[in-house]
Ligand binder design. Sequence first.
Ligand SMILES: *[C@@H]1O[C@H](CO)[C@@H](O)[C@H](O)[C@H]1NC(C)=O
Ligand SMILES: *[C@@H]1O[C@H](CO)[C@@H](O)[C@H](O)[C@H]1NC(C)=O
Ligand SMILES: *[C@@H]1O[C@H](CO)[C@@H](O)[C@H](O)[C@H]1NC(C)=O
Ligand SMILES: *[C@@H]1O[C@H](CO)[C@@H](O)[C@H](O)[C@H]1NC(C)=O
Ligand SMILES: *[C@@H]1O[C@H](CO)[C@@H](O)[C@H](O)[C@H]1NC(C)=O
Length: 173
Amino acid sequence: MGYWNIHIDVGIFLLILYHKEISGKVNWCYSCGSTGSGADCEVNTDLLIDATKQNESFTFVKECEPPFDKCCSIEHFMQSGGTTSFIRDCSDGETFSYKDPSSKSNFSRLDNLNTSYSNETACVYNGQYLICLSLCNSTDFCNGPSESAANEIFHVMKLLVFSLPLIVMFFLV
Ligand SMILES: *[C@@H]1O[C@H](CO)[C@@H](O)[C@H](O)[C@H]1NC(C)=O
Ligand SMILES: *[C@@H]1O[C@H](CO)[C@@H](O)[C@H](O)[C@H]1NC(C)=O
Ligand SMILES: *[C@@H]1O[C@H](CO)[C@@H](O)[C@H](O)[C@H]1NC(C)=O
Ligand SMILES: *[C@@H]1O[C@H](CO)[C@@H](O)[C@H](O)[C@H]1NC(C)=O
Ligand SMILES: *[C@@H]1O[C@H](CO)[C@@H](O)[C@H](O)[C@H]1NC(C)=O
């Protein structure tokens, strides 16, 4: 009796874990905005990565709340070769600052570009500004720098640490 119970428990547990990894949502994104070129939000890789490791200060990062948990976004406005503003945020994939009715700029063509959350960047020029939009849902904090190798190892470790007691139990039964 115990054998099959545990077998099923392990299966369900791994399924839950797996589902959490691929559920098509993001839990955390970089979230910051800046004007002008070379601001921390745009270029300070070390500062941004550090922010993902701190619990207390939510500067530069945000826990995404529905419906803004579909993907992470970057809106990058440029003029004459320089950045005029740079925005990272949690996103519903639909609401963007470039769509703000109070904004004089009209980038409606971006609405038709399908970036399918793949972290590809689509850009549109409206005669005054160039705006590039990137959406991604592959990982938390995908809209910014990552210590990808370190993250991979962390994921594997996490999986092992959580699974090990169950695997050991499985073999003891
Ligand atoms: C990202 O979103 C796309 C489109 O909604 C979805 O097909 C895909 O499974 C999602 N990927 C992840 C890793 O959540
Ligand atoms: C961050 O907070 C979570 C839960 O609130 C806790 O489990 C974790 O250990 C904390 N991490 C750090 C680095 O303090
Ligand atoms: C933006 O441009 C599109 C065509 O390019 C037009 O249909 C739409 O009405 C414009 N929107 C605003 C707010 O000017
Ligand atoms: C983007 O592409 C996906 C897959 O090709 C499709 O399901 C989705 O409807 C498209 N979204 C838009 C806004 O065109
Ligand atoms: C997505 O693009 C941003 C900006 O180019 C980059 O910093 C980030 O590492 C990319 N994320 C992934 C998961 O490739």
